[in-house]
Design a binder for this molecule. Structure first.
Ligand code: SF4
Ligand code: SF4
Length: 191
């Protein structure tokens, strides 16, 4: 059943709209004055001088996780590219020289112009080899090709930019747990 919305009766002064216009302007000016006198009230940031604090679980630019010797943790199983709804992950596998690992990626590319940042690739990976926790939410380029991330670009990150309790990141070269992880890798007790 249709709902009848009651319409208030306007008097002659309200029908002139002059007073209503000034009332509206007064509301706008009061908000502007409050924002200027109290910057914390501003709903916006003075970007790029002010940057938002992006949480670590925000789905930002991807990275490939590294073993202690700097090689990718990825075993080229294709589960991420199979789960990807945008079909933007392209992997070429090759045989790994490590007897504990069957395959590794010879090429691993992500086309960010096709990516919808759904995070399915991260969820699908069985060995925590791909993450989207870089906090890099602003991605710029001057050509279409510059938005296709290569394996080398995906592996180019520094453990210092990640929390000390992020064990997998700290096992990579330059990380807090690197020495111990490298020994485990060489002795065959860790991967
Ligand atoms: S975030 Fe989603 S669309 Fe982007 S590469 Fe991963 S699975 Fe594909
Ligand atoms: S799912 Fe993980 S291990 Fe498998 S290809 Fe993708 S990143 Fe590599």
């Amino acid at each position: 059943m249709a709902k009848v919305v009651p319409r208030p009766e306007l008097d002659a002064w309200q029908r002139l709209y002059i007073g209503e216009i000034f009332k509206g302007l007064l509301t706008t000016l009061s908000h502007a004055a409050r924002s200027l006198s109290d910057p914390a009230h501003f709903p916006t940031l003075q970007y790029p001088e002010q940057r938002p604090d992006i949480p670590r679980d925000y789905r930002a630019r991807h990275r490939l996780m590294k073993r202690a010797d700097g090689s990718p943790r990825c075993v080229a199983c294709y589960m991420c590219s199979t789960a990807c709804p945008a079909r933007c992950i392209h992997i070429v596998a090759e045989e790994s020289p490590d007897k504990h690992i069957e395959k590794r990626p010879a090429r691993f590319e992500i086309d960010l112009l096709l990516c919808v940042f759904c995070g399915y690739c991260v969820e699908a990976c069985p060995c925590d080899a791909i993450r989207m926790d870089t906090k890099q939410a602003v991605i710029v380029g001057d050509s279409r090709a510059s938005f296709v991330l290569t394996k080398e670009q995906l592996l180019d990150w520094d453990p210092k930019d990640y929390p000390p309790d992020d064990v997998q990141s700290q096992k990579a070269p330059g990380g807090l747990l690197h020495e111990q992880a490298l020994q485990e890798l060489r002795s065959g007790t860790g991967h």
